[in-house]
Design a protein around this ligand. Structure first.
Ligand code: DQA
Length: 145
């Protein structure tokens, strides 16, 4: 099984960026942890990050036939990118939306996700564990199919 993990704008600055909200782990730490978690579950993990909406869409489109699931943290694009919503909706790959922080408990604008309805699940506020949970859910789903 292969899962594509996609991270959106500003996630490359983890560790440096608002550590009180996102923690002290760097983006490199996050990638390492997720990749290792996949290994323990016998899942191949491909991790990509971009600060650009169109590039994220290109990545998803290019991988869509080669993967069994997507875990996506779209960053702020969560709250306004209909293009990313349409991209996920338009492909036949189960996708789970993940947020490190609990977007329900922050500013008003973060409470809305325009991505959520294109995904099979949304996990928020669990830090890196949210990515693990998403991998587990996609794995369970695949094993059932
Ligand atoms: C985030 C939450 C978003 O609102 C924010 O813009 C991010 C990170 C999270 O992981 O908690 O960049 O997706």
């Amino acid at each position: 099984m292969t899962i594509l993990v996609v991270n959106g704008p500003n996630l490359n600055l983890l560790g440096e960026r608002e550590p009180a909200v996102y923690g002290k782990e760097t983006y490199a730490d996050l990638v390492k942890s997720i990749t290792y978690y996949g290994k323990t579950k016998n899942v191949k993990i491909i991790v990509k990050q971009s600060n650009h909406e169109g590039e994220l869409i290109d990545i998803i489109q290019n991988y869509r036939k080669k993967i069994d699931g997507i875990v996506i943290n779209p960053g702020a694009l969560t709250h306004y990118s209909y293009a990313l919503h349409d991209c996920i909706k338009g492909i036949d790959v189960p996708t789970i939306e993940v947020h490190l922080s609990d977007i329900e408990k922050r500013e008003e604008f973060r409470k809305i996700s325009v991505i959520k309805s294109a995904c099979i699940n949304q996990i928020k506020g669990k830090g890196v564990n949210g990515y693990y949970e998403a991998i587990d859910l996609l794995l369970e789903r695949k094993l059932k199919s």
